[in-house]
Design a protein around this ligand. Structure first.
Ligand code: NAP
Ligand code: G4F
Length: 345
């Protein structure tokens, strides 16, 4: 049975990747961080009793800031594939906590690569690189576009990307980077702009929120659907040769367009509710990201399956349904049940 290790397993992408790998028959090991409150909501449905003989999903405490924990887990598990998705992944927050962001994103990736090298584990490695690395480079961006990072997060991702290339070239590691453009889903973190908008639409529709405060409405992003993107990660590690691939839809839209469509999906006019608040502006902005994913399409045979309009509709619908369930008290009941089973110990 192929064994995979995922850092960032509790995040949006980690949860979809764990699902994909389990569906392919893998044994999946995820890293989780110690936190004072529950941080496993996205993967609770995958939980299985580790005492059961046929369990294939396991969680381990570790942290990308703690190299010895990474080395110990690698040494014990000896995985065939390692997916490094763990990150302080919020660009705006990276301006507030630049040193921590660099520690987790840049040094964390180096720690993991070095732990693989030092333990002698022969595995294939995936690095979660980001279109943020292109920063102010003109669209469309592909694998040959020069990087011009515009935030501490993006600078840290450039280091993580380059050190992955360096370990591939220096030590012959099967190490690949996916340069992924923005990808969203109902599991997207609640402070990224898409989810912030779709949650607000649900709340405003139910009379629980009056206004939505946003930052730069003119920024353009190439927004895709997260489950498509974890498929690309897996495909990269199935190639005979490692390499770097841009993953995106090839279309871009503004934050304003996203907001307009999201409110329309609930029969609301966004102009009545959205207010621009400079508090959400960034010290340096990335104006326009649009992928040229030709290489991934030609070499990996990868294609996005969900386009912009459907993505917006799916996210609004999910937030509306979640809110309605919560209002009926369903979520609290489920949460209490989960705690009662003691599965977060
Ligand atoms: P996410 O939802 O923010 O998930 C990040 C994950 O990293 C979470 O599991 C988080 O754990 C974990 N993490 C944070 N700090 C850590 C630490 N010190 N040690 C170990 N784990 C840590 O991000 P995502 O959207 O799934 O993205 C996955 C990866 O792809 C990230 O590296 C991100 O930077 C990159 N990326 C994302 C996109 C995108 O559009 N989504 C595009 C390009 C690249 P907690 O749950 O405990 O916080
Ligand atoms: O949703 P965002 O916070 O995503 P951003 O900065 O593009 O970063 C995401 O995608 C990257 C890939 O390109 C990942 F590497 C990264 O980890 C993350 O997943 O912001 C998108 C745009 C920005 O231009 C921002 O200025 O939306 C603009 N925006 C406008 N109002 C806002 C808001 N962003 C947020 N988070 N909140 C606002 O109120």
């Amino acid at each position: 049975m192929t064994k995979a290790l995922i850092t960032g397993c509790t995040g949006q992408d980690g949860s979809y990747l764990a699902e994909l790998l389990l569906s392919l028959g893998y044994e999946v090991h995820g890293l989780k961080r110690r936190s004072s409150s529950v941080n496993t909501e996205r993967i609770d449905h995958l939980y299985a009793d580790p005492h059961e003989a046929n369990t294939r999903f396991f969680l381990h405490y570790a942290d990308l800031t703690d190299g010895s924990s990474l080395a110990a887990i690698l040494y014990d598990l000896r995985p065939d594939e390692v997916y490094n998705l763990g990150a302080q992944s919020h660009v705006k927050v990276s301006f507030e906590v630049p040193e921590f962001t660099a520690d987790v994103v840049a040094c964390g990736s180096l720690r993991l690569l070095e732990a693989i090298r030092r333990t002698g584990v022969r595995c294939r490695y995936y690095q979660a690189s980001s279109s943020e690395m292109f920063g102010s480079a003109s669209p469309p961006q592909n694998e040959t576009t020069p990087f011009h990072p515009r935030s501490p997060y993006a600078c840290a991702k450039v280091f993580a990307h380059q050190i992955t290339v360096n370990y591939r070239e220096s030590y012959g590691m099967h190490a690949s980077s996916g340069i992924l453009f923005n990808h969203e889903s109902p599991r997207r973190g609640e402070t990224f702009v898409t989810r912030k908008i779709t949650r607000a639409v649900a709340q405003i529709r139910s009379g629980l929120q009056k206004k939505l405060y946003l930052g730069n409405l003119e920024a353009r992003r190439d927004w895709g659907y997260a489950p498509d993107y974890v498929q690309a990660m897996w495909l990269m590690l199935q190639q005979e040769m490692p390499g770097d691939y841009v993953i995106g839809t090839g279309d871009s839209h503004s934050v304003r367009e996203f907001a307009q469509l999201a409110f329309e999906a609930a029969d609301l006019d966004w102009r009545e509710f959205v207010i621009v608040d400079p508090r959400y502006f960034r010290p340096a902005e990335v104006d326009h990201l649009r992928a040229d994913p030709s290489r991934a399409m030609n070499v990996l045979g990868w294609q996005p399956t969900v386009r912009f309009r459907d993505l917006v509709r799916v996210m609004v619908q999910s937030d509306v349904e979640q809110l309605e369930a919560r209002l009926r008290g369903g979520e609290d009941a489920l949460h209490q049940l989960a705690l009662g089973e003691g599965r977060f110990a």
